[in-house]
Design a protein around this ligand. Structure first.
Ligand SMILES: [Ca+2]
Length: 186
């Protein structure tokens, strides 16, 4: 097995750790510069509280040019691992800005006495890949039509690392091949 395929295997295993899934719809209307995100529902979330449940709510954040830009949150659903939200958020985002935006969706467990905890995260937009990028591209190619899709939640650490990596340390494509590393360690 080559170094590259071992690395890909590790990423696959990380993504397999189940943190549940979230379903939301996206709709962009370029003529009025409106992005609408509807948080529909989540399922199979992790239990965070004693008693085997959680009190989930969802944060909807926009990052423009890798900086935090706009943020909204849903209501809290008490004691549920399969919450139904159906809450809609509309943001002013121009056609120029929509090309440079990342949408970060995170699920949190509300705690009355202690700090709220993140339960999982996913991001879509100009820096996303795979399933997330597909959903984003579907939205852009179908203006005015809401496009709903399920997404597997990832750990907050994993999503933050991906976003931060691109922010501070863009890796040139030649390094991704690992040729330089192999040369060094021969
Ligand atoms: Ca809680």
């Amino acid at each position: 097995m080559s170094t590259r395929s071992v690395f890909q295997c590790d990423i696959f295993l990380l993504q397999e750790e189940s943190l549940g899934e979230i379903c939301f719809s996206l709709c962009y209307v370029p003529t009025i510069s409106k992005l609408t995100v509807v948080i529909l529902e989540a399922k199979n979330l992790k239990s965070m509280d004693i008693g085997g449940s959680s009190d989930p709510y969802v944060k909807v954040q926009l990052a423009l040019d890798k900086r935090k830009w706009k943020k909204r949150t849903t209501s809290i659903k008490k004691k549920s691992l399969n919450p139904y939200f159906n809450e809609s958020f509309t943001f002013d985002v121009s056609l120029d800005q929509i090309q440079r935006v990342n949408l970060v969706i995170s699920v949190w467990d509300h705690d009355a006495m202690t700090r709220n905890d993140t339960m999982g995260k996913v991001f879509l937009g100009c820096d996303s890949t795979g399933n997330q990028l597909r959903h984003w591209a579907d939205m852009l190619s179908n203006p005015r039509r809401p496009v709903a899709q399920w997404h597997s939640l990832l750990s907050a650490e994993q999503v933050n690392a991906t976003l931060a990596l691109k922010k501070t340390f863009p890796v040139p494509s030649k390094f991704k091949e690992n040729k330089l590393l192999k040369k060094h360690f021969k």
